[in-house]
Write a protein that binds this ligand. Structure first.
Ligand code: 5AD
Ligand code: SF4
Length: 449
């Protein structure tokens, strides 16, 4: 493998995560693991002895970024850090990566990163250090306990992988089959995160609402059951989850939104397209109508729920009329926010070989129109909260002195002057004004006194 350069055992490290929230979570776990090995976190990658690039493979652009990032890891004196490529690019490309980028020392997939310490030893010894196994035993059991400090809002992986095989998507290949973490492991980690300062937990999984497991009494539970158990956890104020698949949206989970005050009124439910023909070609196994009926039922259970979605424009064969059906679903659903993407052909997926690949200019134009429709509803949703009194969780400092930024139950960012409040506090605010991306609020008179 690769470089003529040899490395001494690294003393400092820097983990940089790209892509989804699960990568952020994995990045934190890798950092915790390296810390328990006696290594210290360095603020800047280039100064660290070891740089871990925790990569994303979902679209071509994300992959290109990784390679340009690898190229940039050179110091002025001609040396470079030890480089580990982790995450989904590592899984998809394996040893190919070190052939394409000679300065990569370690390649480790998302199900093998608990073995990072051994791989570092291999790299120091100048041996090939590639691990893209998907071992039967869960990596979680081999990872150390959670760190003692965390921010007010923390991620917790409860489910990983995907069995849905949408025809455009690499996730079933890079993250593997759907696996649910056990009930007790999740509750233990939740308690540890709350003890470490978390006020809000976001349960994450590629298909988080497909989570199943047995509770301590041996009863089968779904994600709703987990939410009920977490609702009883002292010190935890907010529960969120992402990402959900429409077909796993159970009545029980909808009712949890009605009955559990800690379960936040926000649902990210990707639909991808508004056209039945395209949905079929995508192998989504739901229709436009079945999706809209799920939305109706969710709203019946929790009328104020904020909805979010993912969209792909320019899937192979998508006609102008089919794209307009996607615009239609945006107007019909009135999302609070959305993510929208141009279709990106991924090697090895069925859609990559389909006829009718769409020209880039057409994709650009459709994405623009889709984003205009999304922005219109996002602004309307934000404006509808002006004049309301609500609770926000303060998560970070704002740009101006004394300014803090918190999140509403509907996941909107609120800027507020709150000199006496601290990050991690839940405070009551009156919403004064709204823009497309954030709100301005004022601490209620009672609390300001
Ligand atoms: N091209 C474009 N977007 C994609 N997504 C997944 N695969 C692709 C692809 N090949 C989008 C989907 C998914 C989100 C995480 O990324 O919208 O919900
Ligand atoms: Fe990919 Fe579809 Fe699975 Fe989501 S549900 S991860 S889009 S295959």
């Amino acid at each position: 493998m690769g470089p003529a350069m040899t490395h001494t055992p690294p003393k400092t490290f820097h983990v940089r995560s790209f892509g989804c929230q699960m990568n952020v979570y994995d990045g934190e776990r890798m950092a915790e693991l390296l810390t328990t090995q006696g290594m210290e976190a360095a603020p800047e990658g280039i100064d660290a002895d070891l740089v871990v690039l925790n990569t994303c493979h979902i679209r071509e652009k994300a992959v290109d970024r990784v390679y340009s990032e690898i190229g940039r890891l050179k110091r002025e004196d001609g040396t470079r850090p030890m480089v580990a490529v982790a995450g989904c690019v590592a899984q998809a490309e394996g040893a190919e990566i070190s052939r394409r980028a000679k300065t990569v020392d370690i390649v480790v997939g998302p199900q093998a990163y608990h073995r990072l310490p051994g791989l570092i030893d291999e790299a120091v010894a100048g041996r090939e250090a590639v691990d893209t196994d998907m071992p039967a035993a869960s990596k979680f059991e081999a990872l150390p306990g959670r760190a003692r400090r965390t921010g007010p809002s923390a991620f917790l992986t409860v489910q990983e992988g995907c069995d849905k095989f949408c025809t455009y998507c690499v996730v079933p290949y890079t993250r593997g089959a759907e696996v649910s973490r056990p009930w007790s492991a999740i509750l233990d980690e939740a308690r540890a995160l709350v003890d470490a300062g978390a006020v809000e937990l976001t349960l994450i999984g590629q298909n988080v609402n497909a989570w199943t497991g047995e509770d301590e009494a041996g009863r089968m539970q779904g994600l709703d059951g987990l939410a009920y158990a977490l609702d009883k956890l002292p010190g935890l104020a907010r529960i969120r989850y992402t990402t959900s698949h429409p077909n796993d949206m159970t009545q029980a989970l909808m009712e949890a939104h009605r009955d559990l005050p800690k379960l936040m009124p926000f649902l990210h439910l990707p639909v991808q397209s508004g056209s039945d023909r395209i949905l079929k070609a995508m192998n989504r196994s739901h229709s436009r109508d079945s999706y809209l009926r799920i939305i109706d039922r969710v709203r019946a259970a929790r009328p104020d729920i904020a909805l979010s979605g993912d969209f792909i424009v320019g899937f192979p064969g998508e006609t102008e009329a089919e794209f307009e059906e996607t615009l239609g679903i945006v107007h019909e659903t009135r999302y609070a926010q959305c993510f929208s993407f141009k279709y990106s052909s991924r090697p090895g997926t069925p859609a990559a070989d389909m006829d009718g690949q769409i020209a880039p200019e057409v994709m650009d134009e459709r994405l623009k129109r889709l984003q205009a429709a999304i922005n219109e509803h996002q602004l309307a949703f934000n404006q509808a909260t002006v004049g309301k009194r609500t609770t926000i969780l303060l998560e970070r400092k704002g740009r101006h002195p004394g300014q803090l930024i918190g999140k509403t139950p509907w996941l909107q960012s609120v800027h507020v002057e709150a000199a006496h409040a601290r990050i991690g506090d839940l405070i009551e605010v009156d919403i004064l004004s709204a823009g497309p991306n954030s709100l301005a609020g004022a601490v209620t008179a009672q609390q300001a006194a």
